[in-house]
Design a protein around this ligand. Structure first.
Ligand SMILES: [Zn+2]
Ligand SMILES: [Zn+2]
Length: 390
């Protein structure tokens, strides 16, 4: 079964903001909503796919998982990593469960939401959160890849109780707040709602003698030191997932993941477009006219020779194959595209002026400067036409 890309479905870019995604979804959902397209199977399918795409892309964690693994991240049968598929990403539901009227309306339509967001006691609720770590690197580092030591403070496994949350003789007892149900009921308007019990986090059980250092949580605030391996070719927005390096779960629950978000600093000389690099190089009028060769520093800090053909014009782009950026999981580098800027000489001395005057006298009009000669002929014709017409 091949599924359409979620970004394509909603017609947004891979870097679209949450707001852009929401807007795109609303627009499409309004268009394809079954109430507006009764008995239209195609519209209904489209509406469902878009809703699914929105559910994933509107949630930061789910989106990160999707970006890394594609549809496989949410396919329970795909057997990714931990038992039970990609468990952690079903928590919360992010913006999607927001009580906006529109989304309530969608939920009323059925097909999603209701079934999935039903009350779940137990392990998923105890998993630690995923963590985002922002890392800024240079373009040279992005080219070569690097190993970076990072530090951050998070909830990590309590060393005293090894995460159980209980002291040595502690027993597990029924939670007093929810009487062991894991959930409590409360009234909202005419509805009776169910909510996870906050005392036991939905477990229905609490610990008789909680561990002192972590107050029974099984985790404490600690500084974590990690080494992140960043592959060559990363770009702005690349996310590197480090499984199990996020927050520790409550009372020994599963660990969250760490996502390292890469930002590449702007470079003084090169601009990047995926695998290709662009730069602008000034050359003298003489080199442009007579041709020559110049040495450029490439991103790998090796010099690369650029041949300037005779008669090169300002704005000409010269391409150096495989002298551009590296790319993730690819042996091939992109190209380096050099835009030539011909510099007009300034501060001429008398001898230079004399030589240029001689040059002017020798100039062969059309054949030396085809563009400018042609240009003035065109302008002349233009004015002649106006005169002729009036
Ligand atoms: Zn402890
Ligand atoms: Zn409880």
């Amino acid at each position: 079964m091949s599924k359409q890309d979620f970004y394509q479905l909603l017609n947004v870019s891979k870097t679209a903001s949450k707001d852009e995604i929401k807007k795109a979804y609303r627009k499409n959902a309004m268009k394809y909503h079954p109430d507006r397209n009764p008995n239209d199977k195609v519209a209904e399918d489209k509406f469902r796919s878009m809703t699914e795409a929105y559910e994933i892309l509107s949630d930061e964690q789910k989106r990160a998982a999707y970006d890394q693994y594609g549809h496989a991240a949410f396919d329970q049968n795909a057997g990714m990593g931990r038992g039970g598929g990609f468990g952690g990403f079903h928590q919360g539901g992010g913006d999607f469960n927001a009580n906006s009227i529109f989304e309530e309306m969608l939920r009323g339509f059925g097909g999603f939401g209701g079934g999935q967001s039903g009350f779940n006691s137990a392990p998923e609720k105890l998993r630690g959160s995923d963590i985002r770590y922002d890392l800024q690197i240079t373009l040279e580092q992005a080219f070569e890849g690097l190993s970076e030591k990072i530090q951050f403070v998070t909830n990590d496994v309590c060393s005293s109780c090894k995460g159980s949350g209980g002291s040595k003789d502690s027993k597990t007892i029924n939670c007093q707040t929810c009487k062991g149900h894991g959930a409590v009921h409360f009234q909202q308007g005419i509805f009776t709602m169910e909510r996870t019990c906050q005392t036991c986090d939905g477990l229905g059980k609490t610990i008789s003698d909680p561990c002192k250092p972590c107050h029974g949580q099984g985790r404490t605030r600690q500084q974590k030191n990690l080494e992140v391996k960043i592959p060559a070719g990363v770009d702005n927005g690349t996310r590197i997932r480090m499984t199990g390096e996020g927050e520790a779960g409550l009372r020994g629950g599963g660990k969250g993941d760490l996502y390292v978000y890469i930002t590449v600093k702007p470079h003084k000389f090169f601009k990047r477009a995926e695998k290709d690099l662009y730069c602008s190089v000034p050359i003298s009028m003489v080199t442009a006219a007579m041709g020559g060769s110049i040495d450029l520093p490439a991103i790998d800090s090796k010099a690369v020779a650029l041949t300037i053909p005779e008669g090169t014009q300002s704005g000409t782009q010269l391409r150096l194959r495989h002298k551009g950026m590296s790319a993730i999981k690819s042996a091939y580098r992109g190209d380096l595209i050099v835009e030539i800027k011909v510099e007009t000489p300034v501060h001429l001395n008398q001898k230079q002026k004399d030589l240029l005057t001689q040059f002017k006298d020798l100039e062969k009009g059309n054949s030396n400067s085809p563009q400018s000669s042609g240009f003035f002929t065109k302008v002349k014709n233009f004015f002649d036409d106006i005169k002729g017409a009036s």
